[in-house]
Design a protein. Structure first.
Length: 283
């Protein structure tokens, strides 16, 4: 796909990017008469569930462009693999790396929250709709306290608040880049959609509880609501937290990739504590 950068472009270096779960990613240095340029190629395997992800990412990147959200620029896409043999998207490369062990947690969380508020404030939205991945048939057997499990399930059954903001769909620290202590980019937009901000915030909080603790997740909620000057749908937030299951203990190490301490046995307990806090907020 380098011809989309320039008709006479050629790849001079390819560096695999690690941490992704659903797509393979490479940072490619392209040489052309216009000079050297780094781009990122994301490729989705051929499973049926990947259908539509390329166009959703393209729509999300188009929606946020010009609205102050640091994100890649779309260069080209192959929605069905007819050009390259695989569903893929080519974007500009951003400076920075994920920071999974921040030196200044308060600043890190504040920047994370401010940027999510900016995403939710974007006025144009993709056509796809998304209100989280909560499944009311999930057993929730990772919640060791039956009382907490039953209370969480009952609270999560409340109908979601009708809301239509631009949501990233997978906004969390694995998809945010940092450079010199400043947030430099938000990547991985194939779940971009119109939906409930509480689902988007809750998903970020779930990932914070998984890697850090319930207090960090609670602080993030407070910061988000402070900057957004609005209270999120707490039922949507709870449903996002309940998306956790023990499968996370398998794939989170791949995302962390040795870049931060990781306590796998304590993961369910940390999320359970966040669930308990969320219930207290609803009550």
């Amino acid at each position: 796909m380098t011809r989309h950068v320039h008709p006479r472009a050629r790849a001079t270096a390819v560096t695999p990017l690690f941490g992704g779960i659903t797509a393979d990613m490479d940072r490619i240095t392209v040489d052309s008469p216009a000079g050297l340029k780094d781009v990122v190629l994301r490729r989705w395997r051929g499973e049926d569930w990947t259908h539509g992800l390329v166009t959703r990412e393209a729509a999300g990147l188009a929606a946020i462009r010009g609205h102050g959200v640091p994100a890649p620029e779309l260069i080209a896409m192959d929605e069905d693999g007819s050009e390259t043999g695989v569903r893929c998207i080519l974007t500009s490369a951003l400076a920075g790396q994920p920071d999974l062990a921040p030196a200044d947690m308060r600043s890190w969380l504040s920047q994370l929250a401010i940027t999510q508020v900016a995403i939710h404030a974007v006025p144009s939205h993709p056509q796809a709709h998304f209100n989280g991945w909560y499944d009311d048939r999930a057993p929730l057997d990772w919640l060791a306290d039956p009382g907490l499990r039953n209370a969480a399930r009952e609270a999560a059954s409340a109908p979601p608040v009708t809301e239509s903001v631009l949501v990233h769909g997978d906004y969390q620290h694995f998809n945010v880049l940092w450079r010199d202590g400043r947030l430099s980019g938000v990547v991985d937009w194939p779940n971009a959609a119109t939906g409930n901000r509480g689902s988007d915030v809750g998903h970020c909080r779930l990932n914070l509880a998984v890697l850090f603790n319930a207090d960090t997740a609670a602080e993030y909620l407070a910061l988000y609501e402070q900057f957004a000057r609005t209270r999120i749908d707490r039922h949507a937030d709870l449903r996002a937290l309940l998306r956790f299951d023990l499968e996370w203990q398998r794939f989170i190490p791949r995302q962390v990739a040795g870049r931060a301490p990781l306590d796998l046995p304590g993961m369910p307990g940390r999320v359970a504590a966040a669930v308990r806090d969320a219930l207290d907020g609803i009550g």
